[in-house]
Design a protein. Structure first.
Length: 201
């Protein structure tokens, strides 16, 4: 686990501790496409009542460039996260986004730009490279520290407190550039946990 992911896991754990980690229940979220097939690498976020919508100051993440590809293809961050764009290739890249959630333009460079890009509004930013047309990726910005990406079976496991929450998800195969939402009810006293399926349109 990288340092950013480790910090995120610690933050989420601390948050659940503040709202009653002893009551947190294991919850399986399944994300499927319109055809019913499970979707790997879907961004999943759960908004809990009373949680901080913005990341603590100084929170950082990384969208790398290796072998003329963005890595990862989908990066999920909390609103207020600063993202670095290190270039590990021997060729220069020109990274940009024209998405309303964040518009920026990193001119041709190698190494790591001096300043990261601050993602201060929730939504989805599509990335590209002006030099290499086949390069593309997405940064999904969410108003919660509780987020993850689905595995090869389209699943993610989270520990959630009882209550009424909002489950939000998005996958690059979706036509619309926003997260799909549905209510998520976690009952009190359900020690065995539960599961929810969200089918993306």
């Amino acid at each position: 686990m990288n340092r950013c992911a480790s910090s995120h896991a610690l933050l989420a754990a601390c948050l659940l501790g503040c709202i009653g980690a002893a009551q947190a229940l294991p919850w399986l979220v399944q994300v499927r496409g319109p055809d019913g097939a499970p979707l790997a690498d879907a961004a999943v976020a759960v908004e809990l009542r009373g949680q901080a919508s913005r990341a603590p100051a100084g929170t950082r993440a990384e969208m790398a460039q290796r072998e003329r590809q963005f890595q990862p293809f989908v990066l999920v961050v909390q609103t207020g996260t600063a993202v670095n764009f290190p270039n590990f290739d021997t060729v220069r890249h020109h990274v940009y986004s024209f998405s309303p959630v964040k518009t920026f333009d990193l001119k041709l460079y190698t190494g790591t730009p001096a300043e990261p890009v601050l993602f201060d509004k929730s939504g989805i930013a599509a990335l590209g490279c002006n030099i290499h047309d086949k390069m593309g990726a997405h940064i999904v910005v969410v108003d919660t520290p509780v987020f993850a990406k689905t595995d090869a079976q389209g699943q993610v496991r989270l520990d959630l407190p009882p209550g009424e929450h909002w489950l939000r998800a998005w996958h690059p195969r979706q036509a619309r550039p926003q997260l799909q939402s549905q209510r998520l009810s976690v009952p009190a006293g359900g020690a065995g946990g539960g599961s929810t399926t969200l089918t993306l349109e």
